[in-house]
Design a protein around this ligand. Structure first.
Ligand SMILES: NC(=O)c1ccc[n+]([C@@H]2O[C@H](COP(=O)([O-])OP(=O)(O)OC[C@H]3O[C@@H](n4cnc5c(N)ncnc54)[C@H](OP(=O)(O)O)[C@@H]3O)[C@@H](O)[C@H]2O)c1
Length: 254
């Protein structure tokens, strides 16, 4: 069954590449109009050119790590689309430093992008979503629940996203539903960086990471996260809020 988003307006942060790009493409296929956010005008324009979706896709560039940009991203999206029905807080960064190598700058980059960004995009989106009785889907990670040998700030930021999801689902009820998806290992620039930095090559890393998905024994694809995100954002999930959806090929059940 195809979920129909015709007439719905969606903002996807970090929609230029990877999982966010897969989510943008799925919403476009389902008939939504989509505001695509990337960290810069260049990356956002490049993605919009590649999407070639005409006025079905609009740009909302800016860094979610800065609260002033979060406001500008939301207002640009709402103005261009004529309102907001769904916000997907997807933008994120991973730094593979061990704790003893982590400085203030690395800590701030991860926490400001992954946690503060979700908070401030949400803050500015709430008035629009109250009007539309819309909803929010946040991208957390299995690393909110499972440790990594390097990158503790990343895991902490993603655990924080689960907390924001639970708090906001109560705070904004019953007007706005808020849910989270926790991906396991999904093919993207971020995962390739992790594979190379830890195991020396994408191929070697994906072999290990694929085995980590104990049930499916492979790395996932971006469209396999987009499906659950569209379900949560749709009316099929009208009684689903404050929930945390693990989509990891069986990693955390091992
Ligand atoms: N891939 C995985 O295995 C995996 C697993 C669990 C969770 N996740 C989460 O899923 C989300 C997407 O990850 P991914 O793997 O698709 O990452 P990715 O391939 O590295 O793409 C990251 C996206 O976030 C954007 N971004 C980065 N910093 C930003 C900022 N300050 N402001 C606005 N946008 C920014 C990038 O935009 P630019 O093009 O402008 O740089 C890009 O669109 C993240 O929240 C990540 O933590 C991923």
């Amino acid at each position: 069954m195809q979920i129909d988003f015709t007439g719905r307006n969606v903002l996807v942060t970090g929609g230029t590449r990877g999982i966010g790009r897969g989510i943008v493409e799925a919403f476009l296929e389902a008939g939504a109009r989509v505001a695509v956010n990337g960290s810069s005008r260049e990356s956002t324009d490049k993605a919009l050119g590649e999407l070639a979706a005409g006025d079905q896709a609009v740009d909302a560039p800016g860094s979610v790590a800065r609260s002033a940009d979060c406001r500008a991203i939301v207002e640009a999206a709402a103005a261009a689309l004529g309102g907001l029905d769904v916000v997907v807080n997807n933008a994120g960064v991973y730094e593979g430093f061990k704790t003893e190598e982590t400085d203030d700058e690395a800590w701030d980059k991860v926490i400001d992008t992954n946690l503060k960004g979700v908070f401030f995009v949400t803050k500015y989106a709430v008035p629009h979503l109250r009007k539309s009785k819309g909803n929010i889907v946040n991208l957390s990670s299995v690393n909110a629940m499972v440790g990594l040998s390097a990158g503790a700030p990343y895991g902490a930021s993603k655990a924080g996203v689960i907390s924001l999801t639970r708090n906001h689902s109560i705070e904004f009820a019953p007007d706005i539903r808020v849910n989270a998806v926790c991906p396991g290992a999904i093919d993207s620039d971020m995962l390739r960086y992790l594979a190379v930095s830890k195991w020396g090559s994408v191929e070697a890393g994906y072999k290990v990471l694929g085995q980590g998905a104990a049930a499916m024994k492979r790395v996932g694809e971006t469209r396999e996260i987009a499906g659950p995100v569209l379900y949560l954002a749709s009316d099929l999930a009208s009684f689903v809020t404050g929930s945390i959806h693990v989509v990891d090929g069986g990693e955390v059940v091992d």
